[in-house]
Design a protein around this ligand. Structure first.
Ligand code: ZN
Length: 83
């Protein structure tokens, strides 16, 4: 299982957060059974992925700002060529 570099706790999902001028979206970001990235929250709306944060659910530190790196982290991959 991936380990947060800040609090060193094992985590199997990230908290996804995006700020808009009129609302803040929070949801859970996971790798689903098919190995695909998945956002789990009914409040999620499709939108451009600027200014986003993928945070550790344990300590709240921002670990990533793009989905590609977040996916690689949760899958336990050190790096991805396309990041
Ligand atoms: Zn942490």
């Amino acid at each position: 299982m991936p380990v947060c570099p800040y609090c060193e706790k094992e985590i199997n999902y990230l908290e996804f957060e995006e700020d808009f001028s009129y609302l803040k979206i929070r949801c859970i970001f996971v790798i689903n059974e098919n190995g695909e990235p998945d956002y789990r929250d009914e409040a999620w709306v499709d939108c451009k992925l600027d200014d986003v944060a993928y945070r550790c659910p344990r300590c709240g530190e921002k670990l990533f700002d793009n989905q590609c790196e977040a996916v690689a982290f949760l899958k336990g991959e050190a790096e991805r060529d396309e990041c």
